[in-house]
Design a protein around this ligand. Structure first.
Ligand SMILES: C[S@@+](CC[C@H](N)C(=O)[O-])C[C@H]1O[C@@H](n2cnc3c(N)ncnc32)[C@H](O)[C@@H]1O
Length: 272
């Protein structure tokens, strides 16, 4: 499958992403949910001009709507027409200054120095040419403006590989990362990518126990299927084998513990 076919299959609409976000939201023991935690890190002034790349269905804004200052000008962009359609449908009646655009992060349709902040959450590993995106981010940031970018660590969700051996050899999470992630932008590798473009770099990690403790089969199966190629999802034998394996894991210990490794990089564009 070509890269663009894959991206279309995965992100044509929000259903795959929603299945994954639902598992994180339901089975985390962290008292602070992910999107409020990310929003808390956006320490921006009144009147800030903010650009989000790869906004998806705009959960960051929907889940923090009551806290978004009305003085901010927020531009939400994504390569997927379906994602921008959904973001718009959810937010266009909000009393904030949101604007929406279908845009490729590699060629941003904005002027130099247009923004105080650029947000790129769980999307920098999708772009074929990361150095092109990072130089575009630096170009559209004001001097001293900041990039906020979330990503995963290498151990993230890897227990699901064991559970999904019958669906895809080697496990779906590893196979998905290989096919879906065009760039190896992880918590471990990100500093090497960011340092050539930005003058300061801070990694923020959520406090508390990051792991998931899953006690129900259905949301776990939905997550695994969301990262399984569509042609494999149609194979009833493989899906039944997955259901049996998940049921057995839950019967054995009452819950499936899944490692999560996530964080947010804050980086500053050089001044002058
Ligand atoms: C994993 S989702 C993350 C969505 C959202 N930022 C979040 O954290 O929930 C990745 C998003 O990046 C978008 N994307 C992939 N490649 C892109 C590109 N080159 N330019 C802009 N968006 C892109 C996808 O369409 C998808 O909506």
């Amino acid at each position: 499958m070509s890269t663009s076919q894959h991206a279309h299959e995965q992100y044509g609409d929000a259903s795959n992403l929603d299945a994954r976000i639902a598992l994180h939201a339901r089975f985390s023991r962290n008292t602070v949910a992910w999107f409020p935690w990310v929003f808390d890190r956006l320490t921006l002034p009144e009147g800030a001009r903010v650009l989000e790349l790869g906004t998806g269905p705009a959960k960051l804004w929907r889940e923090n709507l009551a806290r978004v200052p009305r003085s901010w000008h927020v531009t939400l962009t994504d390569l997927s027409v379906g994602m921008i359609g959904e973001a718009k449908a959810q937010l266009q009646s909000a009393p904030h200054a949101f604007t929406f655009a279908v845009a490729d992060a590699e060629e941003l349709p904005f002027n130099d120095g247009d923004f105080d902040a650029v947000i790129a959450n769980h999307m920098l590993y999708h772009v074929p040419d990361l150095s092109k995106v990072l130089s575009e981010v630096r170009r559209v940031l004001k001097p001293g403006g900041r990039l906020f970018a979330t990503t995963n660590g290498e151990a993230h969700m890897r227990e699901l590989d064991d559970l999904s051996q019958d669906v895809v050899a080697g496990g779906v999470v590893s196979a998905f990362a290989q096919s879906d992630h065009l760039t190896d932008f992880t918590l471990e590798t990100a500093p090497g990518y960011l340092r050539p473009y930005f003058s300061e770099l801070t990694l923020h990690r959520p406090q508390g126990d990051p792991d998931l403790y899953v006690t129900e089969a259905e949301p776990l199966i939905a997550y695994i299927l969301s990262v399984t190629p569509q042609e494999v999802r149609k194979d009833k034998g493989k899906v039944s084998a997955l259901q049996r394996r998940v049921a057995q894991a839950l019967a054995d210990s009452g819950e499936v513990r899944i490692t999560r490794a996530t964080g947010l990089f804050e980086a500053r564009a050089p001044i002058g």
